[in-house]
Design a protein around this ligand. Structure first.
Ligand code: HGY
Ligand code: MN
Ligand code: MN
Length: 422
């Protein structure tokens, strides 16, 4: 039966992938878009079929709930996100939402009433593709929405506030999406690893120890546009300065064993025979500890100032996103460990269950503000992600489903005997 469900989950990933703004089978689906509304409707239908009562919360997250032994009990949350990066794979976030729905369906079919409610949440904005800052859905959910986000705007100049209204949401009621700690047991998120560790270890599943803290910046370097025949001594070339800065950022981060990525660069006026007067680029900086990450940012800022002073350029940085590193809860990691072990045949060597750090960010970072979190990683081929070649196998999806269901039931068993605490 698991094989058929895994096949259904993969087919649903394919169906969700058709809701995209890009041609040619490429995937891009952003927060509060028509594509977001379409996949919320699909997820709502599948949640209903899984026996969940459904609602869309005040921030556009699609939610479903099945009561426990008695109505109104605190809820165990399962879920992930349905939005994507540009030219995305079809499993990042999506697989976690569909695994959560499949576990809820299995528990419905078993007729078992758990000692807690079971909720599935499909967050609407983990990637931050549309508005730059990320985790908007899960931060509304965890009660950490920031008022300054209303004025963030997308590439077309549409603000978050306007996008809420266009999606049929009332910005004044975003606070109603916030959940309270007392209503929650914890959050378990299944997600592809987006790294090579499980694939290299020939392991289908692993348990996350902690999730990197991230900061994002928009960096602008200003020089002077000019004729490309201008002599060297008169140039103030913003693109040359940005190029030196980007390599300096890479060198500083590598030396500090942190990860820094410049994924966006725009040059003005962007012409073959004009010296660049302005260069704008993004910086995504992440590390296992917030302190180490912040110390590296301080060094990067100093390097930017030195480079620009030497080249008679001006530099301006704006932080567009910050999310603290999140540590996964030991009790929830333990039930995921038990869930994975339950999928192993008795004959299998009792090797340790892989536990690994996540350099990728996840909604669990935001949800950690309101309840304990843990993550189940699923192998993806070669660790490839944020790319159309992202892939998983039906066999790994099947074992992930069994492991996640077993983890939920292990938590229920422990929760019932412990009188209701995760
Ligand atoms: O950027 C990340 O790490 C995540 O995929 N949003
Ligand atoms: Mn992603
Ligand atoms: Mn993701």
């Amino acid at each position: 039966m698991t094989g058929a469900t895994a096949a259904l989950i993969l087919a649903r990933c394919d169906e969700l992938a058709t809701h995209t703004v890009l041609p040619g089978g490429l995937i891009e689906r952003v927060y509060l878009s028509a594509q977001h509304a379409a996949v919320n409707s699909l997820a709502a239908r599948w949640m209903t079929e899984a026996g969940l009562s459904i609602w869309q919360d005040a921030a556009g997250n699609q939610c479903g709930r099945r009561e426990g032994a008695v109505p109104g009990l605190p809820a165990l949350l399962l879920g992930s996100h349905l939005d994507t990066v540009p030219s995305a794979g079809r499993y990042d976030g999506i697989l976690g939402v569909l695994l959560a729905i499949a576990v809820a369906d299995r528990i419905r079919a078993s007729g078992r009433r758990l000692p807690f409610a079971l909720e599935v949440v499909a967050f609407g904005d983990e990637e931050g593709t549309r508005f730059g800052t990320t985790l908007l859905g899960s931060r509304a959910f965890s009660g950490t929405w920031q008022p300054e986000w209303w004025n963030l705007s997308d590439a077309d100049g549409v603000t978050v506030h306007e996008a809420f209204l266009a999606f049929g949401l009332d910005p004044d009621r975003v606070g109603e999406a916030a959940r309270s700690t007392r209503d929650l047991v914890g959050y378990l998120e299944a997600h592809i690893e987006q790294g090579p560790v499980l694939d290299d270890a020939d392991e289908p599943l692993g348990v996350v120890t902690s999730i990197a803290g991230a900061r994002r910046f928009q960096i602008t370097i200003e020089g002077a546009a000019g004729h490309s025949g201008t002599s060297w001594s008169l140039r103030r070339d913003a693109l040359a300065g940005a190029s030196e800065a980007i390599l300096a950022i890479e060198d500083i981060a590598r030396t500090a064993n942190l990860i820094a990525t410049v994924g966006h660069l725009q040059v003005f006026p962007d012409a073959v025979n004009v010296i660049a007067g302005r260069a704008e680029f993004s910086l995504d900086l992440r590390g296992e500890s917030d302190a180490a990450r912040d110390a590296v940012w301080d060094r990067i800022e100093t390097a930017l100032a030195d480079i620009c002073s030497r080249r008679q350029l001006d530099v301006h940085t704006v932080q567009t996103h910050v999310a603290p590193a999140a540590h996964c809860s030991a009790p929830l990691r333990a039930v995921l460990d038990r869930g994975i072990r339950s999928t192993r045949t008795a004959a299998a060597a009792p090797t340790d269950v892989p536990s690994l750090f996540s350099m990728a960010g996840h909604d669990a970072m935001a949800v950690a503000a309101v309840t304990d979190v843990a993550m189940l990683f699923v192998r993806c081929a070669g660790g490839v992600s944020h790319h159309p070649d992202e892939s998983v196998t039906a066999a790994d999806v099947a074992v992930a489903l069994d492991a996640l269901e077993a983890a939920v039931l292990a938590l229920a068993d422990g929760y019932a005997t412990a009188g209701g605490s995760a």
